[in-house]
Ligand binder design. Structure first.
Ligand SMILES: Nc1ncnc2c1ncn2[C@@H]1O[C@H](COP(=O)(O)OP(=O)(O)O)[C@@H](O)[C@H]1O
Ligand SMILES: [Mg+2]
Length: 269
């Protein structure tokens, strides 16, 4: 190996960073319905990837495979260097135990279209439930962290409120905080604003934009083209279980190359 005498800033800049997410040839079927037909995607640490695509193209299924809410049929998914759902033992892949899968999921926060907060728990109780109940954090540390996170999204005054007393936008911001409370390395968002009244979409997108600018690694499925344009490092267009096109937002959104991407985006103009 040739080791250079001096390391320049340019060389550091150009040094490859190990991707946080590596998806290789991911296939997923439900019975005979093939939903994912070979997805390849790498996501670098700190990168914000927005996935666009028509309904039924497999976007939610792909996100659910990343945190093993669905088992894949073929291919592999690695997050932070660990293969999701499996481990290599004596050269063979072995399914992980429930506990081991739970440990892997700790690195991955997920926010859904439906916020699914526990109605009988306050905002604070919702947020500290997983860190304390599942991950064994002390109540004090979890509460301190929860309050910091709530403050970041402007909701610390709501810590003692029940979800039903919050607007949809506030509930979704609490759901985001709840996902962040386990200190994930990766956040998955599945149409986080689709169930909201239009006037509440902005506050949730603004929270997501803040997270993106703070360097959190995010994969976001959304139809919010404006968010994709402003916050994404990369836009991925999925159709029929394939990634059809991907690139910088200005390229994919401004000059889509594939007829399917063009047809999809023409609906938003
Ligand atoms: N649990 C499931 N069982 C059977 N079919 C499913 C299941 N989940 C999703 N599908 C089907 O997989 C296809 C892709 O769904 P989905 O990933 O939700 O697409 P998208 O999120 O892009 O709208 C759809 O045809 C859907 O009906
Ligand atoms: Mg979906």
């Amino acid at each position: 190996m040739n080791i250079p005498a001096t390391i320049t800033p340019q060389m550091i800049e150009a040094a490859p960073v190990a991707p946080l997410v590596v998806a290789r040839n991911v296939h997923k079927s439900f019975d005979r319905l093939e939903v994912l037909k070979g997805i390849d995607l790498d996501v670098s640490p700190g990168e914000v990837v927005v996935i666009l695509g028509p309904s039924g193209s497999g976007k939610s299924t792909f996100l659910r495979c990343i945190n093993h809410l669905e088992a894949i049929n073929k291919g592999s998914i690695f997050v932070d260097g660990e293969q999701i759902g499996y481990r290599l033992k004596n050269d063979r892949l072995e399914k992980l135990s429930g506990n081991a899968i739970a440990r892997q999921r700790r690195k991955i926060g997920m926010v859904f279209q439906q916020f699914n907060l526990y109605p009988h728990m306050t905002v604070l109780q919702n947020i500290i439930e997983a860190p304390v109940g599942i991950h064994g954090e002390s109540r004090k540390a979890a509460t301190e962290n929860a309050m910091l996170l709530l403050d970041r999204v402007g909701l610390s005054a709501k810590a003692g409120s029940y979800p039903r007393h919050l607007s949809g936008g506030q509930q979704q911001r609490v759901a985001i905080v709840r996902a962040l409370a386990i200190k994930p390395k990766l956040m998955l968002f599945d149409e986080p604003t689709s169930a909201l009244d239009p006037e509440l979409v902005g506050e949730v997108l603004s929270t997501m934009r803040d997270l993106a600018s703070q360097g959190l690694t995010m994969i976001v499925v959304t139809h919010e083209i404006g968010f994709a344009r402003e916050a994404a490092d990369r836009v991925v267009f999925m159709d029929g279980g394939h990634i059809v096109e991907q690139g910088r937002p200005e390229d994919v959104l401004g000059k889509p190359q594939h007829p399917r991407t063009q047809a999809f985006l023409s609906r938003f103009i």
